[in-house]
Design a protein around this ligand. Structure first.
Ligand SMILES: *[C@@H]1O[C@H](CO)[C@@H](O)[C@H](O)[C@H]1NC(C)=O
Ligand SMILES: *[C@@H]1O[C@H](CO)[C@@H](O)[C@H](O)[C@H]1NC(C)=O
Ligand SMILES: *[C@@H]1O[C@H](CO)[C@@H](O)[C@H](O)[C@H]1NC(C)=O
Ligand SMILES: *[C@@H]1O[C@H](CO)[C@@H](O)[C@H](O)[C@H]1NC(C)=O
Ligand SMILES: *[C@@H]1O[C@H](CO)[C@@H](O)[C@H](O)[C@H]1NC(C)=O
Ligand SMILES: *[C@@H]1O[C@H](CO)[C@@H](O)[C@H](O)[C@H]1NC(C)=O
Ligand SMILES: *[C@@H]1O[C@H](CO)[C@@H](O)[C@H](O)[C@H]1NC(C)=O
Ligand SMILES: *[C@@H]1O[C@H](CO)[C@@H](O)[C@H](O)[C@H]1NC(C)=O
Ligand SMILES: *[C@@H]1O[C@H](CO)[C@@H](O)[C@H](O)[C@H]1NC(C)=O
Length: 538
């Protein structure tokens, strides 16, 4: 193995050879900041969208419902003193949802028109439960025929995380000094609707009372019906349901609900995206692949040899060792067995937890969502995630000026992940891979399952187990192997793997943590283009 120490020594030797006698004190490579910067700029060009023509603004989209109209014209008129009072009244009605993109706190550019606020989950007059949404029309190159719905997971985590740090029109990522435009915003593809759901999440209002995923889907579809009342021009659009993490459970159940209630929603569901998804048992998605994962990233974890030997012994005793080679074959030989008796982890077999604890000893900044993180822990305007304590304040969405700008309730103490249980008695639904997912794949035009390879909270190899144990389109699992280096990102090259059979496309993205649109936005954008039929191949 090539050690870092040896590399430094080799570089030092080379530098000495070429160092002039006048500069004899220089023993190592001297590289100046502008040189480093120039190389980074050159590399970054491959990741930019040279082929996309640049323009600003959004598609000309107007809504007939006065609740959803824009106010710029009214504002201009209202300068006339005479009609000021009358107009203020109108503006009050009309600004119910409209967001002026030039007046978003801390954002020093115009993000264009959008609409946000609370809408009830049913048309009942007495309805107390409301979900918070933020809706953006398509950017200049985007499609007017489509609508993307995004939800984060948790359960109980806000979709404003996705909005601000993954796929929204502007981003305020961890460690960034201020918001920046997001080159890879999904609004470039079509209209996007971020919703804080289920009830109990983020700004959403009311008392949570759902027991399972069908209840969740029914409430969300109720919200969607109200949304289409205010934005009737969005009816009949092609719909894509997308989300990550625990939304890997929400999204297949929501899709299944829509397919089994075909008249409930005046939208044309086409496909789903689920990334780093909760699809199956804990033992499958966290335990079986955990020690393999540590071996793959041995130099990142940097465990001592005694501990590595202990891990290997536990993995062998718990039937995790060799599981992939033996059972995850293409095609599979039959249903895949559980390694022991538990769907969580048998006694003494919770290697995931053992690894997490040990990783924190070596690296207290260890981040289960992206294993490469080390000190310093970067500040985060959302205060989460990251598996470390965050004392950042104020949180961006907890600021009164932000709440006012986006018609959010001022009296809610916004937190990224709710501290109340959004399923008060737990989520009684079985994991979707055992229930609705096969049906949804069969009904969808396209389905994508995406996994970041640097994610430890859910591990890609576990998702491979899930897929190989699932029967859809008349066959179990993928019939042919997933080829290495098969995911080619335009202009970049191989960045992982992809494989398609019977309407399901699986992607693994190198270097990406749990939040793929955040950590690999260009890859995520390309995957969405494929899902939406804007490109023929993955
Ligand atoms: C935008 O659409 C509206 C209504 O369809 C139309 O009246 C207006 O002329 C359009 N504006 C532009 C700049 O295309
Ligand atoms: C609202 O009223 C209807 C009947 O009018 C009732 O069925 C429903 O349970 C009520 N909903 C709430 C949230 O109170
Ligand atoms: C998204 O739109 C912006 C603004 O029009 C543009 O600068 C950017 O290149 C687009 N990105 C992609 C990936 O198409
Ligand atoms: C595979 O699926 C079967 C049911 O179809 C289930 O009994 C079994 O536990 C699953 N195995 C794994 C590893 O999830
Ligand atoms: C491992 O598999 C063997 C054979 O299937 C079984 O007898 C044993 O109980 C399993 N070990 C554990 C820890 O579940
Ligand atoms: C090796 O790692 C384990 C787990 O973190 C730790 O308990 C043990 O003290 C370490 N041993 C040495 C010699 O550092
Ligand atoms: C949100 O703001 C409220 C009121 O300003 C404050 O009491 C609360 O602690 C804040 N919440 C967080 C998570 O910072
Ligand atoms: C794919 O890559 C892995 C290591 O990353 C290797 O173990 C495996 O043999 C490769 N598969 C093929 C088919 O080359
Ligand atoms: C499926 O997608 C293809 C390509 O995007 C499109 O041509 C076709 O109309 C879609 N099929 C359905 C049933 O919507």
């Amino acid at each position: 193995m090539f050690s870092v120490g040896r590399l430094v020594a080799a570089l030092a030797a080379t530098a000495t050879l070429f160092a002039s006698s006048a500069n004899a004190e220089v023993h190592t490579r001297q590289i100046r900041k502008p040189d480093v910067h120039a190389r980074q700029v050159e590399a970054a060009k491959r990741w930019a969208n040279s082929h996309v023509k640049r323009s600003t603004g959004v598609q000309n989209i107007t809504f007939s419902n006065p609740k959803a109209s824009r106010t710029s014209l009214l504002r201009t008129l209202s300068r006339t003193l005479l009609i000021n009072v009358f107009m203020s009244l109108l503006i009050f009605i009309n600004t119910e949802f409209f967001v002026d993109g030039s007046k978003i706190p801390e954002v020093d550019f115009d993000v264009g028109p959008s609409w946000s606020g609370l809408l009830p989950i049913s048309g009942n007059k007495n309805e107390t439960r409301k979900l918070f949404f933020w809706f953006f029309p398509p950017g200049p190159g985007g499609s007017l025929d489509d609508l993307i719905f995004w939800t984060n997971g948790g359960p109980g985590c806000s979709s404003m995380e996705g909005f601000l740090q993954e796929n929204g029109p502007f981003s305020w990522g961890v460690g960034e000094a201020k918001p920046t435009p997001n080159e890879f915003s999904w609004t470039n593809l079509s209209s996007v609707l971020w919703v804080e759901q289920p009830v109990g999440t983020g700004f959403s209002q009311g008392k949570p009372n759902i027991n399972n995923e069908d209840d969740l889907a029914a409430q969300l579809v109720g919200f969607f019906q109200q949304f289409l009342e205010v934005f009737p021009e969005m009816k009949k659009k092609k719909l894509y349901l997308t989300g990550e993490s625990y939304a890997g459970t929400y999204v297949p159940y929501i899709a299944n609900y829509i397919y089994t209630h075909p008249t409930a929603l005046d939208l044309d569901l086409q496909g789903i995206w689920i990334s780093d998804p909760s699809l199956s048992w804990n033992v499958v998605q966290e335990e079986i692949p955990a020690v393999d994962f540590v071996h793959k990233y041995e130099n990142v974890f940097s465990f001592n040899q005694t501990f590595m030997a202990e891990l290997d012994a536990i993995a062998a005793r718990c039937n995790y060792t060799g599981y992939m080679d033996k059972f995850v074959t293409f095609p599979p030989k039959g249903p895949l067995p559980l390694p022991g008796k538990s769907t969580f982890a048998d006694r003494g077999c919770d290697v995931w937890d053992t690894i997490f604890n040990a990783a924190l000893i070596v690296n207290p900044a260890f981040n289960i969502y992206r294993i490469f993180d080390t000190f310093p822990v970067l500040w985060d305007v959302l205060g989460f995630p990251g598996s470390f304590p965050q004392a950042q304040t104020p949180l961006y969405f907890n600021r009164t000026d932000v709440k006012k700008a986006i018609h959010a309730p001022l009296d809610v103490n916004w937190e990224e992940c709710s501290d109340i249980d959004v399923f008060p008695k737990g989520d009684q639904s079985l994991p979707p891979a055992f229930t609705v997912l096969p049906n949804v794949i069969e009904k969808n035009n396209r389905t994508v399952i995406v996994h970041g390879l640097a994610d430890f909270i859910l591990i890609a190899e576990g998702t491979r187990i899930v897929i190989q144990n699932m029967t859809w389109g008349g066959l179990q699992g993928f019939q042919t192997p997933i080829a290495n280096d098969s995911f080619i990102v335009d202009g970049v090259g191989a960045l992982g793997t992809t494989h398609t059979e019977r309407g399901l496309t699986y992607y693994e993205v190198e270097l990406s943590g749990h939040m793929v649109p955040q950590f690999s936005p260009k890859a995520a954008f390309q995957i969405m283009q494929y899902l939406m039929g804007f490109r023929a191949t993955p």
